[in-house]
Ligand binder design. Sequence first.
Ligand code: SAM
Length: 258
Amino acid sequence: MALLRAKKEPLMQMDYDTISAKYDGFRGVDADLARVIGSEAALFAGARVLDIGCGTGNIEAALAETVDLEVVGVDLSFGMLAEAKAKVPRASWIQADSIRLPLRNEAFDFALMLYMLHHLTDFRAVICNAHAALRGGRLVIVTASHKQIDESFSSRFFPSYAAIDKARFPKVSAIVEAMIEAGFSDVSSRAITVAKVTLDDRYIEKVENKHVSTFHIMNEREFRSGLKEMKSYIVAHAGASPLEHKGTLIVGRKTAKL
Ligand SMILES: C[S@@+](CC[C@H](N)C(=O)[O-])C[C@H]1O[C@@H](n2cnc3c(N)ncnc32)[C@H](O)[C@@H]1O
């Protein structure tokens, strides 16, 4: 399917078109996370999956290894979608703003939003759109709680890191509330390990390349100074056990109409 182009709105703070070429070098979906999402999704062969803010299609590539799915990925960035299309050519990749999904209602069995709510000006409306897009099935959201942001490894070295992210990431309680208001039932949330992070040269390279958007928002002087401190810490702790990078998984169910 051809990539569809939509008009961009100023709500996306990050230039993911520029980031897209490097994204997969520094971000991926851990196999354990893909397994957790796969089992929460109650997927079956031929299920129609909608990934909102799909990025470079990493989760689609991981899920496709376990079950044959019909995937539609929606993202605002044409560059991210081009990477996704190269990775999983048989899926449909659509450039659109999640606030106005150009999709039929009640057409999907599973919807996913992986680390994208913090980019939205109206996450509640996008959760309503996900509900409308499902004919029945689950919505899975992966995000970070404010406690997890406070306790993150980066927060130790970059003084404004937690404040930047807590201003962007909706609270888990607000997401749960929005899902219930949108009509989802059995909404629950729990902490998960998103990845095990080995503190080594490779990790330093990721941070140097600003692998998370927080580093693009922070001022450059703070970034340089925090990076220097982080490097010294990592050198001093060479060989330490991997850190658990924590996230929060939120799941809700839409019951199909009879
Ligand atoms: C941090 S990336 C996450 C990508 C992917 N879900 C992953 O986990 O690798 C956030 C993605 O959300 C997309 N995005 C941001 N605002 C959006 C919007 N309003 N509508 C659709 N996609 C959006 C960005 O282009 C980017 O690809």
